[in-house]
Design a protein around this ligand. Structure first.
Ligand code: PLP
Length: 429
């Protein structure tokens, strides 16, 4: 199909994320992708600064992942998970238990990050129902979060950010507390006492009706690309324990090394009761996510009047996605992934430093393989994207943010190129 024809059909019929209908002529037509490069229909190649929204950590068409998918296709691409089981999913669940914080032992495999958050919330609500405490059904969360686009996840997204403001009055009403003070680390000073007191006051006041505290650990992503110190996660753990509330970490964006720790929970030294992973789980190849919980939570549910977790997506435990996820984890853990993330972090720090001098830039921050330039005004998305594409780089700015989270296989020259494109985009955005 010719690109113009494709774009006309796209505009007429296809919804894009957060897009209008009819659509816009904005999307670039991608023909193929390999390594860290997207190849467009007009032959132009772009270095991918987005890892397809945090997921393609090994880049595209990695031989090990291609091979794992092919091998699995020769056996079965899908089979229902009710009453049946298979090696790819069982191996994956066992591996996830092995590499995530110690008390997480039980795994629910779903098909997207949003659904894994729904499942996490369902686990928490059902746990308290099973224990005869159905009044514990609200969630406490930080402002500025993003947990997905289905209803419970939307209810714990940033209420002011505009993404889901349309649904105010329809969404379950949750308890919001300001996000922790900015800064990837407190430099050993410990958590801000006044902030923790406010947090404690909110948890204490609502504890009787709180099922869980739900947060993104270390990095609030799509709600504003904010970083906070792990000490605030330790404070949350203490408050959750003191007030009989479960703690849920949404590691869908941060999981599998992105922050420099395999999971953000590891770096903070905190284990949640429930944890969600997705995105990079399959190296960005296929749609799969997982919700892990402790034996305490699983046993609590099993003791209830309805002793099953009533959730079962058609594509649960998809063998093809599981096989690729297994290959992706082996690939990641079989190499010095932390060294690669540190190398990218150093490259982003050096490459983004000039952005601090650009008029209109409010902040420049880097954590692991995440680089962020925040403007003091909303980004002109079209102009900023065009500036990056002109430099041969794919970026997708939003709100007041121009940011990158490249694949871990991005070499130093391409990291420098991405950083230069972020700076160029900030200059026109
Ligand atoms: N949670 C976090 C922290 C995310 O960043 C996202 C997606 O960006 C989600 C949940 C939702 O995941 P999905 O888009 O796979 O439904």
């Amino acid at each position: 199909m010719r690109p113009e024809e494709l774009l006309a059909l796209d505009r007429a019929h296809v919804w894009h994320p957060y897009g209008p209908m009819p659509g816009v002529d904005e999307p670039l037509v991608v023909e193929s992708a390999a390594g860290v490069r997207l190849r467009l229909a007009d032959g132009v190649e772009l270095v991918d600064g987005m890892s397809s929204w945090w997921s393609a950590i090994h880049g595209y068409r990695h031989p090990a992942l291609d091979e794992a998918a092919r091998r699995q296709l020769d056996r079965m691409s899908h089979v229902m998970f009710g009453g049946l089981t298979h090696e790819p999913a069982v191996r994956l669940a066992a591996r996830l238990v092995e590499i995530t914080p110690e008390p997480l032992r039980h795994v629910f495999l779903s098909d997207s990050g949003s659904v894994s958050v729904e499942v996490a919330v369902k686990m928490c609500l059902q746990y308290w129902r099973s224990l005869g405490r159905p009044e514990k059904r609200r969630l406490l969360t930080w402002r500025g979060g993003y947990h997905g686009d289905t209803f419970h996840p939307m209810s714990v997204c940033d209420p002011e950010g505009g993404m889901h403001g349309l649904w105010r009055g329809v969404l379950p009403e949750q308890v919001f507390v300001d996000e922790p003070p900015a800064g990837a680390t407190c430099g050993g000073a410990g958590p801000d006492a006044a902030y923790v007191a406010r947090l404690a006051e909110a948890v204490e006041r609502h504890a009787g009706e709180l099922a869980a505290i739900v947060v993104e650990p270390r990095v609030q992503g799509a709600g504003g690309m904010r970083f906070h110190c792990g000490c605030y996660l330790r404070a949350l753990r203490e408050l959750a324990d003191a007030h009989d509330v479960l703690l849920v970490f949404d590691e869908i964006a941060t999981g599998f090394g992105r922050t420099g720790d395999l999971f953000a929970a590891d770096g903070a030294g905190v284990a949640p009761d429930v944890m969600c992973v997705g995105k990079a789980l399959t190296g960005g190849y296929l749609s799969m996510a997982a919700t892990l919980c402790t034996t305490r939570v699983a046993d609590g549910i099993s003791r209830g009047a309805v002793p099953v977790l009533a959730h079962g997506p058609t594509f649960m435990g998809n063998p093809l996605a599981s096989a690729v996820a297994n290959a992706s984890l082996e690939l990641l853990l079989g190499q010095d992934w932390a060294g690669e993330v540190r190398r990218i972090e150093a490259g982003l720090r050096a490459g983004l430093a000039p952005a601090a001098e650009v008029p209109g830039v409010a902040d420049v921050r880097v954590l692991g393989a995440i680089g962020v330039v925040q403007l003091d005004h909303p980004v002109d998305v079209a102009a900023a994207t065009k500036a990056a594409v002109t430099q041969g780089v794919w970026l997708r700015p939003f709100r007041d943010l121009i940011y990158t989270m490249p694949p871990y296989v991005t070499d130093d020259d391409d990291v420098a190129r991405i950083a230069a494109a972020v700076v160029a985009a900030a200059a026109v955005g």
